[in-house]
Design a protein. Structure first.
Ligand code: ADP
Length: 369
């Protein structure tokens, strides 16, 4: 049985019960109170004016009153039931309509029509249900857009190195290119790019999954910076870029997964190295801000425009696509880093005074208690 029918029947039952109680109580109490009133009237007016209650007239009056009362009650009960029926059809329809619309809209969403939205008719619980349904539909639409975008991005990223490999192989087959170390190295570089992309994608899906496992230990945040800096120092020297480390005197202890934090620091330092011209200086700083350890990597490199400051954390986003791709960047590093820092209950963000003005990447981690 549909909800509309259930509501309709329940309204009618309520009215029938109410009408039945009214009829029974009026039918039983009405005649008694009527004869009581009659008696007191005859007592007041005297026996000459009114007859004795036991007389025939008294009995007739009583009987007629009962009959008139019963007929009226029967009619009133019928009228009440019919009126209740009409009103309950209207009310049930009003209540059921948004629910039926929600059911229809959820079926359309299940069929892939993510733009489906409902009209909010009221500010009550049904209105709240409709609003949360619309919010859910908007979130699903966003996820769907991101999914489509992700597929498009991945296909695009795979296409470039694959096209390169194919071109080299065709050139070799046609004799346009000569087999030799240089050609082999080019093919190998494209294959390495593909491998890096697949590895980054795996890493990203792990970092963004609910089951992202961290192995936190209490460590001195300065040690994490030293380890990452030592790892990249030869590359800084090769690029003639100074790597300056600015650490506090007192240790700042964080509860963090050292491998993951090192991964984040390597990403930030690697980017700073890549976007800083030779002769420049990159500074890594650690300081305590309230109950947070605040890490920063500052470079005097190409800088970032305002609109890029947030977007660089989106997957595959690169400000200068050709330059980043030439260096092997897939635009996923910062997305992974942000997922790692968020999993540690910290945050990662970038600041820059604009293109050409250098940039600073910050991330915070809660201090171990
Ligand atoms: P990629 O592998 O391309 O470096 P990231 O996610 O690490 O991927 O960085 C995304 C983009 O952010 C880069 O392509 C670059 O455009 C920009 N970016 C990152 N770090 C810096 C920096 N220190 N200075 C200027 N731009 C940066």
């Amino acid at each position: 049985m549909s909800l509309g029918w259930k509501l309709f029947i329940s309204y009618v039952i309520v009215v029938i019960v109410g009408a039945a109680v009214l009829v029974v109580s009026t039918a039983s109490l009405g005649p008694v109170t009527f004869s009581q009133h009659l008696q007191s009237m005859s007592a007041m007016m005297g026996s000459s004016m009114m007859m004795d209650p036991s007389t025939q007239l008294q009995a007739d009056l009583d009987a007629n009153f009962r009959q008139a009362l019963n007929e009226t009650l029967l009619f009133a009960a019928l009228a009440a039931t019919v009126a209740a029926g009409i009103v309950s059809v209207y009310i049930s329809r009003r209540i059921v309509k948004p629910i039926q619309e929600t059911v229809r809209a959820s079926e359309r969403i299940a069929d892939g029509h993510y733009q489906e939205r409902l009209t909010v008719y009221s500010a009550d619980e049904l209105g709240e249900l409709t609003q949360s349904f619309n919010r859910m539909a908007a979130a699903l639409a966003e996820i769907e857009t991101m999914r489509q975008q992700l597929i498009a991005d991945i296909s695009h990223e795979l296409k470039t190195p694959l096209a390169g490999i194919q071109a080299y192989m065709e050139g070799l087959q046609d004799g346009v290119m000569q087999p030799g170390p240089e050609t082999y190295q080019q093919v190998q570089m494209e294959a390495a790019r593909l491998q890096r992309l697949v590895r980054d994608l795996q890493e990203l899906s792990r970092a963004e999954s609910e089951q992202f496992v961290l192995n936190p230990t209490t460590s001195d945040a300065s040690d994490l910076i030293r380890a990452a800096a030592n790892w990249l120092r030869p590359q800084f020297q090769d690029g003639d870029i100074e790597l300056h480390i600015n650490l506090p005197v007192r240790p700042i202890i964080v509860l963090a997964d050292p491998d993951r934090i090192r991964q984040v620091l390597l990403n930030l330092l690697g980017n700073a190295l890549q976007y800083t011209p030779s002769g420049g200086k990159v500074t890594v700083t650690l300081q305590q801000k309230d109950r947070q350890a605040l890490f920063s990597v500052q470079d005097p490199g190409i800088g970032l425009a305002d609109e890029d400051l947030k977007r660089i954390f989106q997957r595959f986003y690169r400000v200068d696509k050709s330059r980043a791709r030439a260096s092997g960047g897939s635009g996923i590093g910062l997305t992974i880093s942000q997922a790692i820092i968020r999993a540690h209950n910290g945050s990662l963000w970038a600041e820059s005074d604009g293109p050409g003005q250098g940039s600073t990447f910050f991330f915070s981690l809660p201090i171990a208690t």
